[in-house]
Design a protein around this ligand. Structure first.
Ligand code: BG6
Ligand code: MG
Length: 219
């Protein structure tokens, strides 16, 4: 029997809201304080990457070595600045098309999850006022391996009591789509089709997606 669509698993950053700009500002403040060169191009490499792995990328350009203790302190300082910034997040920062699509999923009984590397995922969803749309939020504290590892998606499928083949992942990053594929799930890419070449379909953003388009992946 063919699998049916039961759940949609959403990446958070770049799919629901653009928190990457706040991560950038907080990392930039830290890099400037340490006298390390950091710009928006390097920041692209931090997307979807864990907090410590992000710091390691920034430290590639440092002229001195840092102890593990120093690195831990630096990630804490950055996270405090980042949390101060996202404390101000408001529902008007939800990306275009998201609310309409979530409403259509609710009306059709499709389960929804957030699958993010961020330990602040639940906090962000709460700030945006959309917690009620999600049956589960899998965040950085629930996983040990980052995308492209499939762990975050498999944890969500288990919590939702669905099979991987019944899930569709929405992602804006190549590594995230790779993780979805390794989990045995279908993937909708949001962004540039020349970059998201591993997705089943690619849309510019959520305004272009409908439940019918997602359903077609199961025909
Ligand atoms: C991802 C971001 O969603 O979460 C990364 O794309 C970030 O840039 C990662 O490093 C971890 O986030 P946090 O909030 O736990 O530091
Ligand atoms: Mg993303």
């Amino acid at each position: 029997m063919k699998a049916q669509l039961k759940a949609i698993l959403f990446d958070l950053d770049g799919v629901i809201v653009d928190t990457a700009k706040y991560h950038y500002l907080a990392w930039k403040k830290l890099a400037d304080r340490e006298g390390i060169y950091f710009d928006e191009k390097i920041n692209e490499r931090l997307k979807g990457v864990s907090r410590m792995a992000s710091l390691e990328i920034i430290l590639e350009r440092s002229t001195r070595a840092y102890s593990e203790q120093e690195k831990l302190e630096m990630t804490e300082i950055k996270n405090n600045w980042y949390r101060e910034m996202i404390e101000q997040l408001r529902p008007d920062e939800i990306l275009p098309g998201v609310i309409d699509f979530l409403n259509s999923l609710k009306m059709n009984g499709i389960k929804c999850a957030i699958c993010s590397a961020s330990k602040s995922a639940a906090f962000i969803i709460d700030k945006l006022g959309i917690t009620q749309y999600f049956d589960t939020i899998v965040g950085g504290q629930d996983i040990t391996k980052s995308k492209p590892d499939p762990e975050v998606f498999l944890v969500a499928a288990e919590r939702l009591n669905t099979l991987p083949a019944e899930c569709v992942v929405f992602e804006d990053a190549y590594a995230g789509i790779e993780g979805a594929k390794r989990a045995g799930m279908k993937a909708v890419g949001l962004g540039d089709p020349n970059i998201l070449t591993n997705a089943d379909i690619v849309c510019k953003d959520m305004t272009e997606i409908t439940l019918e388009k997602v359903m077609k992946l199961f025909q």
